[in-house]
Write a protein that binds this ligand. Structure first.
Ligand SMILES: [Zn+2]
Length: 433
């Protein structure tokens, strides 16, 4: 009996907590919430439709089809929409840019239309679990879940009459998963849209209900090529033959590992290695070939790797150390390093932390958990990294949560979709003026 009374008291205190939390919402904010609750089935249905269209990065017609579906929704909301295509020499789809002009704060919203699953992937369709708690499908959280979060956030704001004076630009890129190089060209539309933004919000997925992204590491790639003097293998290490290209590369890589593997926030990963008499890497196809004989000292090697860093300063330090290591070659060998910038780091700023704190308050008010900044080592780069420097404050990971991205287990936790949509709608409604 006592236990029952205690349970009742606990229940009542829970109910009064939720009521107290909801009381913190304005009547306009309750309109947003009701709209999102009422339309959550439509939101999930739209997600299903988008997921069932293959839009692997290389499948340009598929990416554009997804974009066209989203475009009509944005047109209906009064946005001016246009495709900003890449130059003809580039094969990927461009970016869908939608603008709603108004006197309000300049808000930039980012998502992407492509997925990592190519046209011939066995993973092609949306499947709702029998208990309806989860859904799997290519892009179901990365990033079509983010795209429908954006659309229903805007739908709710429109329904509540909040869009009238809004100054919102939405950029949905067509090749986030494998940005066409050079990124200085393929990210132009995004950069132009971002100039002078007060707030930039990325709707990439989240890995847990209490996580958001306030910073991301930057990314570059490097090519290490070494050469040696070909000769009979029996003469290796002799003065006339030297040590060969493969030992030289092994020396350099081992030194990278011993010198640079313990610096917080920095990682460098050799991903592909080729060595022999001739080497050739096909970077478009992610393949390579090498030829040689075991009786001949290797003449060439090629290593292709990436470098991730917290700041430009850290990137420069790493590149300088890598150069120094490279220069002290083994006998009769030499090495060369080439770096390509891919993505700058999204630096953590107090302003980003402030946005996180505000969203966390909203989440708690809605009965959810408080939100934390995710560790940079747990996430890669994303489109927001290219433009965070142009916005006064930025935040990413506002999409729904789930697991298994980039794998055939990509899964959405269905209840997260209306939840993150409510968070975003309330947050944006508080920043429109
Ligand atoms: Zn993504």
């Amino acid at each position: 009996m006592k236990a029952k009374i205690l349970f009742l008291v606990l229940m009542l205190s829970c109910i009064s907590n939720i009521t107290a939390a909801n009381a913190k919402l304005s009547s306009d904010e309750r309109v947003l919430i009701n709209y999102i609750d009422k339309h959550k089935k439509n939101q999930l249905k739209l997600l299903e439709n988008l997921v069932n269209i293959n839009s692997g990065t290389g499948n340009r017609p598929g990416v554009e089809k997804v974009g066209e579906l989203v475009r009509t929704e944005l047109d209906d909301l009064g946005f001016k929409t246009q495709w900003v295509n890449l130059p003809a020499s580039m094969r990927h789809a461009g970016s869908l840019v939608a603008r709603h002009s108004g006197p309000g704060k300049k808000i930039l919203i980012i998502g992407h239309l492509d997925t990592v699953f190519p046209r011939n992937s066995p993973f092609q369709s949306f499947t709702l679990s029998s208990d309806q708690l989860s859904a799997t499908g290519p892009g179901v959280i990365d990033d079509k879940g983010g795209v429908v979060t954006i659309l229903y956030t805007l739908n709710a704001l429109n329904h509540a009459g909040k869009l009238k004076h809004a100054n919102i630009t939405v950029v949905l890129t067509g090749d986030e998963e494998q940005a066409e190089k050079p990124t200085s060209i393929s990210r132009n539309a995004l950069k132009e849209a971002a100039q002078g933004s007060d707030i930039a919000l990325g709707f990439e997925f989240s890995l847990a209900e209490n996580q958001l992204v306030t910073r991301r590491r930057g990314l570059s790639e490097w090519y290490l090529s070494s050469s040696g003097k070909p000769g009979h293998s029996s003469t290796i290490f002799q003065t006339a033959s030297g040590d060969g290209a493969i030992y030289e590369t092994a020396r350099v890589l081992n030194s990278f590992r011993t010198t640079l593997s313990n610096i917080p926030g920095l990682t460098l990963n050799p991903s592909i290695i080729l060595g022999g008499q001739t080497v050739n890497e096909d970077t478009q196809q992610n393949t390579g070939s090498a030829s040689g004989q075991k009786t001949i000292i290797a003449a060439q090697t090629l290593v292709h790797g990436d470098l991730r860093f917290l700041s430009d300063k850290q990137k420069c330090m790493a590149e300088q150390k890598m150069h120094e290591i490279m220069e002290t070659s083994l006998p009769l060998t030499s090495s060369q390093l080439i770096f390509n910038n891919i993505m700058p780091a999204m630096l953590e700023k107090n302003e980003n932390r402030q946005l996180l704190a505000e969203l966390s308050d909203i989440s708690v008010t809605l009965g959810g958990s408080s939100l934390q900044a995710v560790q940079t080592t747990e996430r890669g780069g994303a489109d927001i990294s290219y433009i965070a420097q142009y916005a006064a404050a930025s935040l990413d990971g506002l999409g729904p949560w789930g697991r298994g991205t980039h794998s055939q287990n990509e899964t959405l936790e269905v209840k997260s979709l209306p939840e993150v949509t409510k968070r975003a709608a309330i947050f944006i409604s508080r920043h429109l003026d």
